[in-house]
Design a protein around this ligand. Sequence first.
Ligand code: AMP
Length: 182
Amino acid sequence: MKELTTEQKTFLLDSIRDVENFPKPGIVFKDITTLLNNKIAYGMLMNHLEARYKEMELDYIAGIDSRGFIFGAALATRLGIGFVPIRKKGKLPSTTICEKYELEYGFDEVEIHLDAFEGKVGARVLLIDDLIATGGTANASAKLIHDTKAKLVESCFIIHLSFLDGQEKLKKLAPVYSVLDI
Ligand code: AMP
């Protein structure tokens, strides 16, 4: 199903567990492990993503470390295309390019293999992660895709924390789709 009904969205939202004060006091962590171990919820979500993206002529899916790998890799095999990991600094073994981004306190960095898209200029890429909060991680990841000369077709998130304006900057680069708004 290309569009989810309100009932289906409520079902998916109810399958995600809130864990308060994780990883630090004041944060409500959206725990997607309870969506993943629910075969109806995980299956419904993946069917929806497959229906949405199967006609977009994508060449690759780039998933953000680490929960973006779960949805991104599963979707890539369904679409019959390649999967590319965007990782936290120091995890990828071959030659990488790196992008620094600001956190609440300090900085973090994400990396991609320089040859991740096999040198295909204009390769059509979908960026995916489980959740967008401030948008810092996703924006840095989008820049990496751009720097490898691939084309970011859309950014996709399972959960969008809409009380933060994380999607706004990203929307200037390519369309943004979030399955669930909280
Ligand atoms: P941000 O860069 O602020 O948009 O944060 C997004 C990244 O941090 C994603 O990879 C999420 O998995 C993770 N993240 C941020 N906030 C939460 C939260 N409340 N619950 C679960 N994951 C989160």
